[in-house]
Design a protein around this ligand. Structure first.
Ligand SMILES: C[S@@+](CC[C@H](N)C(=O)[O-])C[C@H]1O[C@@H](n2cnc3c(N)ncnc32)[C@H](O)[C@@H]1O
Length: 174
């Protein structure tokens, strides 16, 4: 059963990808990942995601300027598997049950281009549909499958901000 999901973000270009990478991290956090390794130097992304995480609870981390090969090597040494999301991979629906037999899953998402070695280093190259779309949507869908929807109503400990779901308007507890 999957209990530890982390995201590795490859190919981030600070001048172009800040918003999407921030949304990758926020999606990862909201859907139950423990943290994101950013294989680029962008302290601004780390700071803004950490600021959200501090206010909204839990202990999601962002590691800035991570060496992606080292992250993968150490993850595998700890018994984790590496799932690279790419539209060229195997269909998610064919592989997800096998992936779910593992506890630790590192989900790798790219920006425009990814280094070609990732296709060999990954245990699974997985396509979420076989159409081009986005790292955010593909990440959200695989996380939902990995946790079977159980991530959707998680509690975030030590939150300064908490939403009280309501039919209309906005209600917060803080
Ligand atoms: C804008 S796409 C880049 C597409 C790029 N041309 C390529 O070679 O993969 C950015 C990222 O979104 C993810 N992605 C896009 N479509 C996907 C799909 N159908 N299945 C899984 N991941 C996808 C991949 O992680 C990809 O690296």
């Amino acid at each position: 059963m999957v209990s530890d999901v982390r995201v590795l973000r490859l190919g981030h270009r600070p001048e172009r990808d800040q918003r999407v990478t921030t949304h990758v991290a926020l999606t990862a956090r909201a859907l139950g990942a423990k943290g994101m390794y950013l294989a680029a130097n962008d302290e601004g992304v780390r700071r803004s995601v950490t600021d959200v995480a501090n206010r909204w609870g839990g202990d999601f981390f962002v590691e800035n300027n991570a060496s992606w090969k080292k992250v993968i090597r150490e993850w595998k040494d700890e018994g984790g598997i590496v799932v690279h999301l790419t539209m060229y991979g195997l269909r998610m629906t064919d592989a997800v049950d096998e992936i779910k037999e593992h506890e630790k899953v590192l989900v790798v998402v790219g920006a425009e281009k990814v280094p070609s070695d990732i296709y060999d280093l990954a245990d699974y190259n997985i396509s979420v549909t076989t159409q081009p779309h986005s790292e955010i949507s593909s990440l959200a869908l695989i996380m939902d499958r990995l946790f079977d929807g159980g991530e959707l109503n998680r509690e975030y400990p030590d939150a300064e901000m908490k939403i009280i779901p309501t039919e209309r308007g906005k209600r917060f507890e803080n």
